[in-house]
Design a protein around this ligand. Structure first.
Ligand code: ATR
Length: 281
């Protein structure tokens, strides 16, 4: 029997998940396995998810704009998806289809790989943004034992809602205009907004107030080095780009579907970068 998995989104053309999973399928010699792209508009999403097994799929990744709808439509969830009320990975389990969320895992695994000496417990983390990605990262950082989360978002109410919905125990909301005040003593600065992407604006926050030991990371990976990361590097700070989060978030899904824990390697990173038209030095 062919084990089929897909990524469902709308639009889906630019998803790199097929590239990543089909690379691992080949690399590990997984037989009779295939990973496809499924473009599904919002009005058809719930029916598609319901009929996933009928179509022969043993699992799926869920991406924009379906992550919250997937949570609502599925009966079973793991603890992380239940907390975030958003699903990016669907797995067939003995009780039925289960929704999981591996975005926060991917974020932390990327930091562990690229900045192995960084320790979450050493000081406050500053989060720019309060969207879906920020939620996954905030929950993951709290689970990792970050002593304080300072959330800075253009729309103040959304930052408040994030902290309240996730019942964050050590959150502090900082006004967008006062963002620089969040940096003093911080151990981590994360951009979770679209700022820095080609065509979007930039994170203009001055970085002077960050301690020299702080790590700066961005979930934007096109360009690979955003202006935020470039400014941080120019100041001598350690930086981690966002590509690894994309690669690492795929690991738990692949393991659940095919029974092999895949590795994020330089070869995979180069493959995805080449697909984006980037050659890394
Ligand atoms: P995602 O699910 O990918 O995180 P999202 O839910 O649309 O996407 O969230 C986008 C984030 O980027 C939000 O924090 C948004 O700020 P608002 O809540 O104020 O909308 C932030 N963002 C997007 N464009 C921005 C801009 N030009 N300036 C500041 N923040 C911006």
């Amino acid at each position: 029997m062919i084990r089929k998995v897909c990524v469902i989104g709308w639009p889906i053309t630019h998803s790199r998940s097929p590239l990543i999973h089909n690379f691992w399928i080949r690399k590990y010699g997984v037989e009779n396995a295939v990973y496809e792209r499924l473009a599904v508009p919002p009005e058809d999403f719930v029916a598609t998810l319901r009929d996933l097994s009928t179509w022969g799929f043993i699992g799926a990744n869920i991406t924009v704009p379906h992550k919250e709808t997937a949570f609502a439509a599925l009966q079973f969830h793991d603890d992380v998806a239940a907390r975030l009320k958003a699903v990016n990975t669907v797995v067939t389990t003995p009780r039925g289809l289960e929704g999981r969320n591996t975005d926060g895992y991917g974020f932390i695994a990327n930091l562990r790989e690229r900045a192995p000496s960084w320790r979450s417990s050493r000081g406050p983390a500053v989060l720019i943004g309060a969207g879906g990605a920020a939620r996954a990262i905030a929950a993951a950082l709290e689970s990792e034992g970050v002593p304080e989360l300072r959330i800075v978002n253009r729309t103040h109410a959304r930052a408040e809602a994030l902290a309240a919905d996730l019942r964050l125990r050590h959150a502090r909301i900082v006004d967008w205009q006062e963002a620089h005040t969040a940096l003093s003593g911080a151990n981590l600065l994360v951009n979770t907004t679209t700022l820095g992407m080609k065509g979007a604006g930039e994170v203009e926050l001055p970085l002077e107030a960050l301690p020299s030991t702080a790590l700066v990371t961005d979930i934007v990976y096109t360009p690979l080095e955003t202006s935020l990361l470039r400014r941080a590097r120019a100041r001598g700070l350690a930086t981690v780009d966002g590509l690894g989060m994309l690669l690492h978030q795929a690991v738990p899904g692949f393991e659940a579907w095919f029974g092999i824990r895949p590795q994020v390697t330089a070869e995979l990173r180069a493959l995805v970068l080449a697909d984006m038209g980037i050659v890394e030095n």
